[in-house]
Structure formats: structure tokens, C-alpha cells
Design a protein around this ligand. Sequence first.
Ligand code: PMV
Length: 308
Amino acid sequence: MTISSAPGKIILFGEHAVVYGRPALAVPVTQVHADVELSDSDRAGIWIDAPDVNLLAELNTLPSDHPLASVIHNFLFLARVSPFPNLLIKIASTIPVASGLGSGAAVSVALVRALSAHLDKQMTDTEVNAFAYEIEKLHHGTPSGIDNTVITYSKPVYFVREQPMETFRVGEPFTIVIGDTGIPAPTKESVSDVRQLWMNDNARWEAVFDGVADVSFAARRVIEEGWVDMLGTLMDENHALLQQMTVSSPELDRLVEAARSAGALGAKMSGGGRGGNMIALVDAEMAETVAKSLKEAGAKNTIITQVS
Ligand code: PMV
């Protein structure tokens, strides 16, 4: 039997602008994860058992563009696995779907790693990352590649599209509270809406993306130097720029405001937006208080995580 696990992630700075070549910072969130357990089976075929999405099916009965089937088909094809083995693939995930925590990329990474290990087709991290990016492209249109990168390497990532992966140092650990609006929001739609804005007024949105880039540059420096006090303001600035891009929502804004009122040092939405998650920077001893206020303001779930 082979098991594999991949973490969730949050984007600290730079979502959306990253699609247009600006830098973004993302970190893994190990409190949530996708887990794959793969074993040889007596039953003919490749059976997928994913109770979280109510799925128990043989691979060939699924449409070829099914997210799980596409990972398995593409892997078997690229790794030239023939004949297909009889397998049971169990998939479970605690990462909420379509919420900006990288559930799709985490399942792809865990699944391809389990398949490559079980079938003795070794893959480097670079290959796993490239594979997961191709899968992201199938389902998300024009992804920047940040999700698959931070999840594959499970390290803080300073990400610039089509550049080699770069990690960054965390000078002083800091605490983030994640608040989930509970509203699933497909990233594809918000990314496509931002593209529409950009096409209608290129100069205006390029300037907004440059504003985000300035925030991300500054944030990297601040995090590396351990100047945590300055990070909150940068988050607030980034949230205001995301609001301009129309990708925040009343629910996200309410949680961001609630976190700030409860004593967070700064807060912003995280990921594609319109729903999904927001993040708040807090002093460690304030984490529970801020999490409680987020729940009172409507958060369906909160996670406290340390970036270190
Ligand atoms: O997958 P999400 O919701 O965390 O969003 C990814 C971040 C975007 O910048 C909005 C899109 C992308 O591909 O980078």
C-alpha cells in the first residue's frame, strides 16, 4: 500500500495580479490536507473511492474531463503504464472545495505522488509540479501556477509566473487566522472577470497590478526581516486593491472588518475571492479572540496557523 498527503495553502499577498506577471507570496497550511491511499486490488479495473465527493466508481466509467479521472489518465499515459494495473485509490480531503485553499492542486499532487511511488515511476518535485500545473490548466483556464507550486514544495513561495520556484525566509514566525465564508466560489470566474476589466481598460488595471506588486515586494522584505508589525498594513492595502478589482464580496469584507475590530493587525481576502477564505494577521495571544469574532460575524470555519 502507498500513502501520500499534500497540504492546503493560503496566498498571503498578490493573488490575481500574479496572473499578470506580478509577484505573489503563498504558504502551505498543514492543518488541512488531501490524503491518498493506493493499494493493489483483486477487483478488475482502477477503482476510486472518494467519500467526500460521494464517489465510488471505476475509472473508465467517469467522463475523461472528471478532475480525478484526468489526473489518473494523464499519469498512466505520460508514465507509459501498460497494461493498466488493478488498483483501489482512496482519496480523502479536509481542504474545503472552491474556497481558495488549494484543494484541487493538493489532490492532484497527492494523487500523482502516490501513483508514481506505487507504480515505481519516480518523479522529481519539478515533474510533479509541472504535471499538477497541466491539470490546473485543464480545470481553471489561465492559472498562474502558484497553487501547484506552493503545494508541491510545501514551503513558503515567492512566486512569479513562469519563473523558477523561489522560497523566502521567515525572519520571525507570525500567526494567521483563516476565516471561511462558507461560500464556494470558482476561481475561474473571478479570474475571467478581472481579465474582462483589464481588457476594457488596460492602463488602469496595469497600474492596480503594479500597486499589488509594490505591496508584495515590501511584504517579502518585511517577512524576511521579521518586522511583523508592518505586515498588517500591507495586508489592508492589498485587500483594498482586491476590492477595486471587484473580487471581494460583502461576506469577505464583513469578515475582514470583524477581524480588524477584534484586534487583528491587518486582514485581507485570500485566493480567487467572491467567497472562500480571508486571512487575518494576529498576535498569537489574540488568535482565539479573533477566530471567535470571525465566527460571530458569519465564518463557517476558522483555522489558526503559524507561518514559520
Ligand atoms: O485557487 P485560489 O482561489 O487560491 O486562487 C488562485 C489565485 C489567483 O491569483 C486568483 C489565480 C491564479 O491562478 O493565480
